[in-house]
Write a protein that binds this ligand. Structure first.
Ligand SMILES: *Cc1c(COP(=O)(O)O)cnc(C)c1O
Length: 364
């Protein structure tokens, strides 16, 4: 939280990204897994800004970065990132030349694409093995069909992806067995194997594979209370109170009159709404922090503004309300805020729009 003197210079609402905490999370999960790190910085580092996030993560000497598109990889190359950048989403054959000229590493899954990559001059690529998610990759029981292509152009790595790593439902173990079966039918073992996302890493002890691929954990999203490792908060969403009003008993607040004052209440308005990614599902159920104490959202979240009941808090215009993150000893996590609105914490973080200015700290 900025000091009062620096506060006037802040915009009316912003997202603080604590890059020092991000780096500590990266170090913690790498040490916990005892494996090399492939930070997933796809989707603009989950909305936090891929270039500043990668710039900070350079300090932990990651093995590579993970993205989901050629454009994301090109942005990082343009910012001077020289480590391997792996594109984890399948690439059309017609896009492989562009991926190659950007110096990116594809994940491939068919004889056709492996031969096409070899014909372009090749270079490192990762074999995507599908073990139950049915999203991308060659099916675990069909890798034998790739034998000729794999002999002609062997992959630098092979990987799979778990669909329910945050649950103790046996699915991770089943997928891992399928992955091991598939590896057993490859003509040669790739030098690197990787499988684990944040939840798979944080809920287990050390990794059985060479690299881990966390995204969420780095950005402060936990993998459940029972996880062996918990992240530090990285993101703090703040907004200044712009206006306050006394609302009389039986008056309603916001669209569709979803909230009615039972008695006279003091209502504060901030300039954050669903147009900033503060989801409409938080209408009447979300909470913020004012001087470390919880204050409830009242009425519908609107596109540009949201109202909070600040009765009895001695609030003044310009006071900072925290929508997510730390305020004094109080903390609102992504999981907590998302649970109020019954949506995914991943959608909350990746849905924060650019109108909420990003303010970075701890860059060095
Ligand atoms: C997004 C993604 C990850 C990271 O998942 P988190 O749950 O954010 O840790 C890892 N691997 C692949 C292939 C992904 O698409």
């Amino acid at each position: 939280m900025p000091t009062q003197s620096s506060l006037d210079a802040m915009p009316r609402a912003w997202v603080e990204v604590d890059l020092a905490a991000l780096v500590r999370n990266a170090r913690a999960i790498t040490a916990h897994a005892r494996a090399r790190l492939i930070p997933m910085i796809k989707a603009d580092a989950y909305g936090l800004g891929a270039v500043p996030v990668a710039g900070a993560l350079e300090r932990v000497d990651p093995f590579a970065y993970g993205v989901s598109s050629i454009i994301e990889g090109e942005e990082l190359r343009g910012a001077g990132i020289s480590r391997p950048i792996i594109v984890f989403t399948p690439t059309l054959l017609s896009d492989l030349p562009r991926l190659r000229s950007a110096g990116l590493t594809p994940s491939l899954e068919s004889s056709e694409s492996i031969h096409a990559w070899a014909a372009l001059g090749g270079g490192d690529w990762h074999l995507a093995i599908e073990t139950g998610m049915h999203r991308a990759g060659i099916a675990w029981d069909r890798v034998g069909e790739l034998s000729d292509a794999l002999r002609a152009c062997p992959p630098a790595a092979a990987f799979t992806h778990y669909h329910s790593a945050e649950a103790d439902d046996g699915s991770l173990e089943r997928q891992e067995r399928r992955f091991r079966d598939a590896l057993g039918s490859l003509p040669a073992q790739p030098a690197l194997l990787h499988a684990e996302n944040s939840a798979a890493t944080a809920r287990r002890q050390s990794s059985p594979w060479h690299c881990i691929r966390p995204g969420a954990f780095l950005y402060g999203l936990g993998s459940g209370e029972t996880a062996a490792l918990q992240p530090e908060p990285v993101v703090h969403i703040r907004a200044k109170i712009l206006e306050r009003r006394q609302v009389a008993a039986n008056e309603t607040v916001s669209y569709h009159a979803l909230w009615t004052a039972q008695e006279p209440r003091e209502i504060a308005t901030i300039a954050v709404g669903y147009g900033d990614g503060y989801r409409r599902h938080l209408s009447n159920v979300g909470r913020g922090l004012l001087a470390g104490r919880e204050v409830p959202v009242v009425g519908a979240v609107t596109m540009d503004m949201t109202m909070f009941d600040v009765t009895g808090h001695g609030a003044r215009d310009g006071d900072v309300l925290t929508l997510l993150g730390r305020d004094g000893d109080a903390l609102l996590t992504f999981e907590q805020v998302a649970a109020w609105g019954a949506f995914s914490p991943y959608e909350l973080i990746t849905g924060l729009r650019q109108r909420l200015q990003r303010v970075y700290s701890g860059a060095q």
